[in-house]
Design a protein around this ligand. Sequence first.
Ligand code: ARG
Length: 458
Amino acid sequence: MAQLWGGRFTKETDQKVYDFNASINFDKRLIDCDIRGSIAHAGMLGRQGIIPKEDSEKIIEGLKGIRSDLESGRLSVSPKYEDVHSFVEAVLTERIGDAGKRLHTGRSRNDQVALDMRLYIRDEVKNVDSLLKELLTVILDAMEKNLETYMPGFTHLQKAQPITLAHHYGAYFEMFKRDRDRLSDIFKRMNYCPLGAGALAGTTYPLDREAVAKELEFAGVTLNSIDSVSDRDYLIEFLSALALIMMHLSRFSEEIIIWNSNEYRFVELDDAYSTGSSIMPQKKNPDIAELVRGKTGRVYGALMSLLTTMKGLPLAYNKDMQEDKEVAFDSIDTAKSCIELFTGMIATMRFNKENMAKSAMMGFTNATDAADYLVNKGVPFRDAHGIIGQLVLYCIEKNIAIDDCTVQELKNFSDKFEEDVFEAISLKTCVDKRLTTGAPGAEAMREAIRISREYLES
Ligand code: ARG
C-alpha cells in the first residue's frame, strides 16, 4: 500500500478497502499523459518562481527518465500504488529526492486526472478519426470501380428499385463522414485545459494556466474551476460518437452477412477474414462481421453506464467519476479494432456481380420503370401501375423477368409495348436515368465521388 494522503490518518486502510478504491490497474494507461501534464506543470512552477528553478529542472529530467525507462521496459507500473498519479510521484521522489515532493504544488489529483483524461481522449479522437479516414478511402475506391455494378436496392428487405454498388456504398460513405464531423466537433469543444482548477476552487499560487495550456496544445483554458473537475461531457460525447460509429458498422455488417449468405451470394469474403466450423466442413462463416455487429452492444452499454454514473452527481469531484475509465478504455479498444478489421474485411471482399445483377432483374426492380414507359406512351399512371402488376404476376408464375418476355407476350397486357421497351427497362437505363443529386445514375454518382474524393484529400 502506498498512498499520498496518510498524514491525517491514524490507522492503515483495510486491504479490501484499499483494493476497492485503487484505480492503478486501469488508470496506468494514462501514464504517458500524466507525465506530459506533469512536465508542463513543473516547468510553469519553475518559471513562475513558485518552486526553485533547479527543482523544476530536476523534476522535468526525472519525469523524462521515468518515461524512457517505461518505454525501454526498465520500469513498470507497480500495482502497490493507489493510482497512476501516486506511482509517478513516488518513483520521481525516490529518484530525485525532495525536489520530487514539490511537483504537486498548486495541483490536485482532481484537476490532474481531468487533464490526463482529456489528453488521452484527445489522442484517441484523432486515432479513431484516422481509422475512419482509411475506411472511407476503401469505400470510395470501391465506389469508383462499381458505377455499373447493378444490384437491387431494398425497402422492407424486399427488392425495390435497381441501384449500383457504388450508390449503396455511397450511403455508408456519408455515415462515416458524419462520424468524422462529429469527432471534429467534440475535439473543438473539449480542447481546453482544466489544469489549475485544483481540487475545485483554483489555487492561491500564481499559476500561469495559459502557458501550460499552450505547451499542451490546447486552444485555451477552462473558465470555471468547479466545472473543470466535474465535467465528463466530452467523454460522454465521445462514447456517443463511438456508439454511432458502431451502429453504422453493425448495419453494414448485417448487410454483408446477408450478402454472404447461401441464398444471396452477392459477396465472397476473403479466406483470411472468415472462419470454418469444427463440425460442418462446408462452412465459411462471416464471424468478423458478426463480431462487429455483436460488439456494438458493449459500446452502447458503456455510454449508458457513464450517463448513469454522472446522473445526479453533485458538484464538484466525486469518486464515482473514477468509473469513467474502464468503460471508456474498453469502448475505445473495441471501436478501434472493429473499424480496423471491418476495413480489412471489405477491402478484400469480392463481389459476385452477375448474381447481383440477376437478383435485381428477377426481383422486378424495373417494374416502376416499365410503368413509366407506358406513361410515356400516354397511359395514365394508375392504369400503367395495374397493367405492370398483372404482368409481374404472369412473370412470377413463369419464373421469368419482365425483360425475358417477347414483345408479343407484352402486347397481351398493353398494345403500347414496342421493341424499345427492352432498352427502356434495362438495369442500365433504369439506373442512368436517375440523375438528380444523390441518385444512382452514373453521371450523378461521378459528381458525388468527385466531391467525396476532394473531401478525403483536403
Ligand atoms: N483515481 C481518481 C479518478 O480516476 C483520481 C482522482 C482522485 N481524486 C480524489 N480526490 N480521490 O478519478
